[in-house]
Ligand binder design. Structure first.
Ligand code: ATP
Ligand code: FE
Length: 361
């Protein structure tokens, strides 16, 4: 099964061609990524310290055709060689999602190909199947700029959200923290670089919600605590030294990693109690690139007796290969969408993605 995937729900325009081996009517990973083109928009949004929806939508609309052309050329295939076209139909910034859905409809109609709408979160959730052929069931921690959730992936289309952030996403928190400290955008990599030279114990930042049961998380208080620590230093010494900045970054990164890892460990323990054995843990989302976090998560998986999977960073951040793969999983099980496929700004995974058949609505 060879499938073209499109992604345009946030600030990356992407197209990819993925080939999946089908056994007993279901794709078996790992998949073969024949091409994966991602055109980022960081330069367009950097001056604003975050994604500007109108700018993003216009850029997607301008770039999608070229991304598709490049993805097909790099795969050495033509549109007629595809078995289906898959596109992110939500959740995300509506202008961007609309651009991708309309482009996919045009391609599908023009070439007479079936169309499959994909939930962007399902794309992330199924990435370890694409990258490592991970069998069901497993636990997925999705930590990105726009999302933070712990998902029990129990089988095709069977997801349960065990917890997530009640305010900011962790990537968003990293981005805001970096802005507070005068660092660039996106903030995650900047903070990680600064933190390498810092002492995580000099500033005592809180560990939000760790004292409460359950798997929910909170990151906005952490950002407020960081601002307070920064303001105190500025008041006392008139500014921040390089060491201050490094120590603040290290403290912030340590607090985020500890909260994420501990809540993930709880979710693993919960699933182990349910199923009798700890599920494998897999991560996705841009924040999963953070090495301090990865180490803490690996330790949590080890503590609970489960394996740990971290797909390559290029598959952890937004890309179209994961959309093509998720499309293949749905398509192989019979899912088809009509030309009335709608773009959805909100689309929770555990309620609406459950039926694998029929339209994604
Ligand atoms: P979505 O939420 O829809 O997946 P997004 O573009 O916001 O979209 P990603 O591309 O998955 O999310 O990830 C980007 C986020 O990851 C940014 O907030 C960035 O700061 C964060 N990030 C990237 N690298 C690191 C890192 N090394 N440490 C911490 N955070 C990081
Ligand atoms: Fe994403």
């Amino acid at each position: 099964l060879t499938i073209l995937g499109l992604e345009s729900s946030c600030d990356d325009t992407a197209a990819a061609v993925v080939r999946a081996r089908i056994e007993n009517g279901a794709p078996v990973g790992p998949g073969r990524i024949l091409s994966s083109v991602v055109v980022g928009q960081n330069a367009l949004h950097a001056a604003f310290g975050g994604v500007v929806p109108e700018i993003a939508a216009r850029a997607h609309a301008e770039r999608l055709d070229l991304c598709v052309e490049r993805a097909l050329a790099e795969a050495g295939l033509a549109l007629r060689d595809m078995d289906a076209v898959a596109a992110t139909a939500g959740p995300g910034l509506i202008g961007g999602v609309l651009s991708g859905v309309m482009c996919a409809k045009g391609l599908a109609m023009g070439a007479g190909l079936p169309l499959v709408g994909v939930n962007h979160l399902e794309g992330h959730a199924l990435t370890p199947r694409l990258s490592d052929g991970l069998p069901y069931p497993y636990l997925m921690l999705l930590a990105s700029g726009g999302h933070c959730q712990l998902l029990a992936v129990r089988g095709p289309g069977a997801y349960e959200r065990l917890g997530g952030t009640i305010d900011d996403a962790p990537g968003e928190a990293f981005d805001k923290a970096a802005k507070l400290l005068g660092l660039g955008y996106p903030g995650g990599p900047e903070i990680e670089r600064e933190a390498a030279a810092g002492d995580p114990s000099r500033f005592a930042l809180p560990r939000p919600l760790l004292d409460r049961p359950g798997c929910d998380m909170s990151f906005s208080g952490l950002k407020t605590a960081l601002r307070r620590a920064r303001d105190l230093l500025v008041e006392r010494q008139g500014g921040l030294t390089a060491a201050d900045r490094a120590d603040l970054c290290a403290a912030f990164q340590a607090a985020c990693a500890e909260v994420l890892a501990e809540k993930t460990r709880r979710a693993l323990a919960q699933e182990r109690a349910r199923a009798g054995a700890a599920p494998a843990l897999a991560v996705a989302g841009g924040v999963a690139a953070n090495r301090t976090l990865r180490a803490a998560l690996e330790q949590a998986a080890r503590d609970e007796g489960g394996a740990f999977f971290a797909p390559p960073p290029a598959l952890c951040t937004d890309n179209a290969a994961m959309i093509a793969w998720a499309g293949a999983e749905r398509f192989a099980r019979g899912a088809r969408d009509g030309l009335d496929l709608a773009a959805r700004p909100r689309w929770p995974l555990d309620r609406s993605a459950a039926p694998m058949l029929g339209s994604g609505k």
